[in-house]
Design a protein around this ligand. Structure first.
Ligand code: SF4
Ligand code: SF4
Length: 261
């Protein structure tokens, strides 16, 4: 969620009940490589094949590096309509209780459910079930230059705000304690600073193999590519929570990493 923003009080599209404006082309956002695919890799990467080659645009970084980057205020995490989720409910705020988190918003509903076409609608019982509805946050302020600001910045907010996508203690635990290669949940935020990255533990050979663009160079050996593919597949399965990842896999890959160049 948007972390660095000042309050700019202006009547928003959301308050007018209008369909919320879609994002500008993702390539215009600071920190997002120009060749970042506009199609989420979920639809192009074969997670069922352990040795399928990972999407070539992924960048491989340490947690400290990733945390040194700035949020570019694209707003892709604060409403489904500025994400690239299709349909919109592929990206939600989560299960939405009847109170709609109004305690953070002066008693007025904060998280507003959206219709399939992106117009604000009233809360329904079904919004509190499953993954929740497509949404827009009523604290989101869209600026004339296309950036999005958080109207609650500096005030008490939902814990997810300020932690998204890599700033929660869960990410520390995954990378620093569990030794995971972690892929943040930015699949549908194609404009996000942290789109399509793998956060690597310090021992990862990716950190010595990567090129200046933080990607895997094409000119690696077959053994290196085999390792990259398998390790990426494990990271993907951990992110997507699809299929069990055995501790033995993690242990074997870490041992192999120490033997590789
Ligand atoms: S309060 Fe709303 S606008 Fe602010 S960070 Fe959270 S979701 Fe985004
Ligand atoms: S999607 Fe990423 S870059 Fe965009 S506002 Fe959210 S945290 Fe910032």
């Amino acid at each position: 969620m948007i972390a660095r923003a000042d309050v700019s009080a202006k009547r928003s599209d959301i308050e007018r009940g209008a369909i919320v404006e879609l994002p500008r082309p993702h390539t215009s956002y600071v920190g997002v490589p120009a060749d970042t695919p506009v199609v989420a890799p979920d639809h192009t990467y074969n997670e069922n094949e352990k040795f399928s080659v990972p999407p070539s645009n992924f960048r491989y970084v340490t947690l400290a590096e990733a945390r040194s980057w700035d949020c570019n205020l694209c707003g892709g995490c604060c409403t489904s309509t500025r994400s690239d989720a299709k349909p919109l409910h592929m990206y939600t705020f989560g299960r939405l209780p009847k109170h709609q988190w109004k305690k953070y918003n002066g008693g007025v509903p904060l998280i507003i459910p959206l219709t399939k076409t992106g117009a604000p609608r009233a809360w329904r019982e079904e919004d509190a079930k499953g993954d929740g509805p497509g949404f827009v946050c009523s604290a989101l302020r869209l600026e004339d230059d296309g950036t999005a600001l958080c109207g609650l910045f500096g005030s008490p907010r939902h814990s997810a705000c300020g932690e998204y996508p890599i700033f929660s203690s869960v990410t520390d635990d995954e990378v620093l304690k569990e030794d995971w290669h972690t892929i943040p949940h930015t699949t549908y935020q194609r404009s996000c600073t942290w789109v399509d990255i793998v956060i690597c533990p310090e021992w990862s050979p990716f950190l010595r193999w990567r090129d200046e663009s933080l990607r895997m160079p094409v000119s690696m050996s077959a053994e290196q590519w085999s390792f990259v593919s398998y390790m990426f597949n494990v990271a993907w399965r951990l992110k997507a929570e699809t299929g069990d990842v055995g501790q033995w896999e993690l242990d074997e890959l870490k041992a192999l990493a120490a033997r590789l160049p």
